[in-house]
Write a protein that binds this ligand. Structure first.
Ligand code: 5GP
Ligand code: MN
Length: 343
């Protein structure tokens, strides 16, 4: 994958002249967000470039093993330290999101800083004011894959050390459901070949990512599949509704429900899956959506749940009760499906 030479030289210039870079992912960060941030952070370290990672909220437990994760500044729990790093920064790297709103409580601070901004992302419809220099490619599997293509264009691939390669590899794997979707282009596998060639321990990474669950998370999954999964067969849809009490009873930690929304798609005939998670009692519900084929859940989410994302994986928000979110879903989904099937 190649980029405009002017973009690559501008990026090189911005990085090399900066004295303090801050890397920022979206809120509720996932493997691709943290992987891309730490992939670049390890590369910068290798090159002797000063950089700090600031994240809006807690990093999921299954990503804490990555090299550099222990040095991450979490804005939610340490706002003073995060503001101090941000005020010192002369360059901000925004990764895996394309609208400042997606970095939660950091959005206003980031928007008010004088520092230059670079965005690297693979979601559709970037907001043009996100950054002065934007790398936006929707055809790649992940921000991690895109990052590696950019690094090759910079001719810095020799500085991708093991820590960097492990992080980028993790993001590609998590954002493609272990290479089961968004991963049909051969160039994804060429990047993986390069990363594995850096000497990473692929088996260890898979164990850390997918086989380090807490007992609570596994029991919560059991509860979800037995008691909280509803099918809407005529719509070929299914949904999961998790109340705040469900989460508390299972001692919920960030990341514990990651991937649950994919399970309903494992049922024959189900094409759309939604998960509603009550984050604040009767006030705020996080929405996750998945689909198969050409059912654009990002458009649905944009229209009905103030969200967005990719065609087959999107998310949104509902300010209200859990039942309110479900009623709204049941009311709006049939028309949306009809419109898409007609077009
Ligand atoms: P997840 O369901 O895993 O939280 O998110 C799936 C996809 O939707 C991700 O690509 C994520 O960036 C996007 N997404 C999740 N929540 C939101 C949201 O509230 N707004 C927007 N615009 N995108 C979201
Ligand atoms: Mn991503």
């Amino acid at each position: 994958m190649t980029f405009k030479e002017s973009q690559i030289s501008r990026l090189r210039e911005l990085i090399l002249k900066s004295e303090s870079i801050v890397l920022i992912p979206h809120k509720n960060s996932d493997g691709d967000a943290i992987g891309s941030i730490l992939g670049w952070w390890n590369l910068f370290k290798q090159k002797g470039i000063e950089a700090t990672v600031v994240v809006p909220d807690a990093v999921p437990d299954n990503l804490q093993w990555m090299n550099g994760a222990k040095d991450i500044v979490v804005h939610e729990s340490n706002p003073e330290k995060s503001k101090e790093a941000l005020n010192r920064a002369d360059l901000l790297f925004l990764m895996d999101f394309n609208d400042l709103k997606r970095c939660g409580d950091l959005a206003d601070i980031v928007g008010s800083l004088k520092a230059s901004r670079v965005m690297i992302d693979h979601h559709p419809d970037p907001s043009s004011d996100t950054a002065g220099l934007m790398f936006s490619e929707t055809g790649v599997s992940s921000t991690c894959e895109l990052s590696y293509h950019i690094i090759k264009n910079l001719d810095w691939q020799d500085d991708v050390n093991e820590g960097s390669a492990e992080s980028f590899y993790s993001g590609i794997i998590t954002d493609t459901g272990s290479l089961s979707y968004n991963s049909s282009h051969p160039r994804t596998y060429l990047v993986i070949a390069d990363l594995v060639g850096k000497g990473i321990d692929k088996d260890k990474i898979h164990k850390e990512l997918f086989q380090s669950n807490s007992e609570n998370r596994m029991r919560l999954l059991g509860h979800v599949l037995c008691n909280r999964l509803e099918l809407l067969e005529t719509l070929e849809a299914a949904y999961i509704a998790l109340s705040k009490e469900d989460l508390e009873e299972h001692d919920y930690k960030p990341g514990d429900t990651e991937g649950f929304v994919n399970y309903p798609l494992g049922i024959k005939g189900i094409e759309i899956s939604a998960m509603f998670t009550e984050k604040e009692k009767d006030k705020f519900v996080k929405v996750s959506l998945r689909s198969r084929n050409d059912m654009p859940v990002n458009l649905y989410s944009e229209k009905y749940f103030s969200g967005g994302g990719h065609i087959n994986a999107a998310g949104g928000e509902w300010n209200g009760t859990l039942n309110g979110a479900i009623d709204h879903f049941k009311k709006t989904l049939p028309d949306f499906i009809n419109q898409i099937r007609k077009s």
